[in-house]
Design a protein around this ligand. Structure first.
Ligand code: NAD
Length: 489
């Protein structure tokens, strides 16, 4: 039985649902139809204070709970997600406009992440190592930091919640999650399931609202030891400077403008399939989407024709059987249309797409036709800035050297992919491309729960989540030296 999104999605503080202190709310619209889906709490500093206080109050007991027990509780939370998968996926689909089957796949991935991190409760390894001093035993243990402030984007809402919450909690922190304003109900339902599954009150608190009103007070809060932020590079810079000022820890998972290189020895059909998925799945709303397609001169025309044909065949809509849905809100859509207009005016050619879809299936929704662009200059806005929508630009290069140089000619460095049959090209590309993730003969996206994900340059600040590397974000290492005298034994 699928529960409906409540009329007003409220905050979760200390295990209870509460309105914003001043009772204010905002409207959340359906991306698929443009109609109002629900209202959600418009939280401000006072609400953040209450949530941080609740987390602080729950911290000591949660930190003292053994990691094995924390893992058992978090496993129950993950299992509750699986049990309520259809309900969660339904809410994700309503809030994002993506197809229900895709939302279910995303929910499965979030469950897998939860199970992986719950298992860390039985590991949470430190090191036992050698010492230069006789009788001195050296080791490390992991200790929680305190309160974790978690801020997420809306693009894959339940996966984003899981990526932050499970690692933060398994390490023994209490958390305040600032939900994305475009997906309030997903975070709300996760908190409800976690509560029902036995997560103690206050260990996870969820605050709804806008970035500047509800996110910023969390970032600047003196009682929050670590901020983990997933969002745009522009906001990430502000977040880092505020947290840096108070010497807090900040992990940034930011934007990308990811290159996909098609060499002259590539399987063009396969490369085109991966390009379409990388550029257009989830309506291009992936930090890891492939938005710069770099093609060897000698295969440029045939590859472009295959790509246009595959793009033309895509079905756009919110249902199973559709290949991509709407973008998350109208302002993002208008930003894309404005950038495309600027690119056109600067001499770029729109090969396909480029317009808002308004037909019967799309009326009222925020749909952009999947768009391919060529002749954009590498330093033009459309080439350099992340658009977070179903838009990819094609670039022609003479050879491998030019392809690698163009792949690296970006402020971002999140993911990158090459299609080639040459092991030499594949290895050199994976070594030399400036990215946190490099793929051969696949897509620019597709990270796995046990692997570290993150970028270089403007795509992040060096931390990696998830994988066991996420534990580094959410814990402190303490060195322990035991000095023993065997002669006294
Ligand atoms: P955004 O930066 O506008 O917002 C992200 C989150 O930050 C939202 O919850 C928002 O409310 C909050 N926020 C906004 N201003 C804030 C402020 N001043 N202080 C504190 N919080 C604030 O990004 P968006 O447009 O919602 O999301 C898309 C971006 O997220 C893209 O750049 C995408 O690449 C990135 N992203 C990165 C990853 C990754 O793992 N690297 C994953 C998903 C999305």
């Amino acid at each position: 039985m699928v529960s409906q999104i409540p009329q007003t999605v409220r905050n979760w503080v200390a295990g209870r649902e509460v309105d914003a202190a001043d009772g204010a709310t905002l409207a959340k619209l359906s991306p698929a139809e443009g109609s109002e889906l629900c209202q959600f709490a418009r939280s401000r500093a006072a609400d953040v204070d209450a949530a941080v206080a609740a987390a602080r109050g729950a911290f000591a007991e949660w930190a003292a709970t053994t990691p094995v027990r924390r893992g058992e509780i978090l496993r129950n939370v993950a299992l509750a997600m699986r049990e309520h998968r259809d309900e969660l996926a339904h809410v994700v689909a309503l809030e994002t406009g993506k197809a229900p089957s895709e939302a279910a796949g995303e929910t499965n991935a979030a469950f897998e992440l939860g199970m992986f991190m719950a298992g860390e409760g039985t590991r949470l390894y430190g090191r036992t190592t050698t010492s230069g001093v006789p009788g001195k035993q050296a080791s490390t243990i992991r200790q929680p930091l305190g309160v974790a402030g978690l801020i997420i984007a809306a693009n894959t809402p339940i996966a984003n919640v899981a990526w932050k919450v499970f690692p933060a909690l398994i390490c023994g922190n209490a958390a305040v999650l600032k939900a994305a304003e475009d997906t309030p109900a997903t975070a709300w339902l996760f908190a409800k399931l976690a509560h029902q599954a036995g997560l103690p009150p206050g260990v996870l608190n969820v605050i709804q609202g806008l970035g500047e009103e509800a996110g910023a007070p969390l970032v600047s809060h003196d009682d929050v030891e670590v901020i983990s932020f997933t969002g745009s590079t522009q906001v990430g810079r502000q977040v880092a400077s505020v947290v840096g000022e108070r010497l807090g820890r900040v992990s940034l998972e930011l934007g990308g403008k990811n290159p996909l290189v098609v060499c002259d020895d590539a399987d063009l059909e396969q490369a085109a399939d991966w390009t379409v998925r990388s550029a257009f799945s989830n309506a291009g709303q992936r930090c890891a989407s492939g938005s710069r397609v770099i093609i060897f001169d000698s295969v440029y025309e045939p590859f472009r024709e295959i790509l246009i044909a595959k793009t033309k065949a895509l079905s756009v809509g919110p249902s199973d059987g559709d290949d991509l849905g709407p973008v998350i809100n109208e302002s993002q859509l208008n930003n894309m249309l404005r950038t495309l207009e600027g690119a056109r005016a600067a001499g770029a050619t729109i090969l396909i797409g480029g317009e808002r879809l308004t037909g019967e299936r799309h009326a009222g929704g925020f749909y952009l036709a999947p768009t391919l662009v060529e002749h954009a200059k590498p330093d033009a806005e459309i080439s350099a800035s992340e658009l977070f929508g179903p838009i990819a630009c094609l670039y022609r290069v003479a050879d491998f050297g030019e392809a690698l140089a163009l792949a690296n000619d970006s402020p971002y460095g999140l993911t990158a992919c090459i299609h080639t049959r040459s092991v030499d090209r594949a290895l050199r590309f994976t070594q030399e491309v400036e990215a946190g993730v490099a793929v051969v003969n696949g897509g620019t996206y597709g990270s796995e729960p046990h692997m570290p994900f993150g970028g270089v340059k403007a795509s992040g600040n060096g931390w990696r989540e998830p994988g066991t590397e996420a534990l580094d974000v959410y814990s402190n290492l303490k060195d322990i030296y035991l000095c023993v005298d065997f002669d006294r034994a």
